[in-house]
Design a protein around this ligand. Sequence first.
Ligand SMILES: C[S@@+](CC[C@H](N)C(=O)[O-])C[C@H]1O[C@@H](n2cnc3c(N)ncnc32)[C@H](O)[C@@H]1O
Length: 201
Amino acid sequence: MVERVMYDNAVSYVHNVLGAVLREGDVAVDATIGNGWDTALMADLVGAGGIVYGFDIQPVALEVTRSRISGCLATVDLHLQGHEHMARAVDGMHHGHVRAITFNLGYLPGGDKDVTTIAETTEGGLQQAMEILAPDGVITIVCYRHAEGMRELETVRRVLSGLDQNRYTCIEVDFINQKGTPPIVFVVTSKPPEPTSVRIG
Ligand SMILES: C[S@@+](CC[C@H](N)C(=O)[O-])C[C@H]1O[C@@H](n2cnc3c(N)ncnc32)[C@H](O)[C@@H]1O
């Protein structure tokens, strides 16, 4: 029987994408670790031989995430640093080999709502993510629709809609029958370059 995949909300949609993309031994990045749920999922997916880099600007996010991943076999390298600096923090040997990068924007659930991701640094984070992504890698972004979130959403949409369609496929997913203003998911899939044909003779 074919397994039924549920896309109940933005987070489960992203988790399905990560589950489809990440394999044992992969390198992954959680650009906004928050309460560590996405980091823990990525760590489970990449397993003992894999590595997950995580970024957040709040010490509490690193503390909560450290305890959440305590039993994980993967190497988890957490940074108290904005994702706009991720390329410098990720080991050069992993540049071009990062299979999945996830951004869950906004503020820390249960934390200080004034500490939130902002459009300018999110744009910087996206640019850095593109620099280190594998040629067949995926970036997911969950955007919320509070005031700063709307600015971010427009920024993310502008950046992604400008990407070369020969190199990337970018989609935007909206949960159109959910009440209120559910978050929007963007997914960027990088396409490996076509092998160049060689003319003989
Ligand atoms: C919605 S939460 C992330 C939820 C998280 N992925 C989880 O699984 O629980 C957003 C997080 O982004 C963090 N943040 C804000 N600005 C940031 C930046 N420039 N770089 C990295 N993280 C940032 C916030 O501190 C907050 O913890």
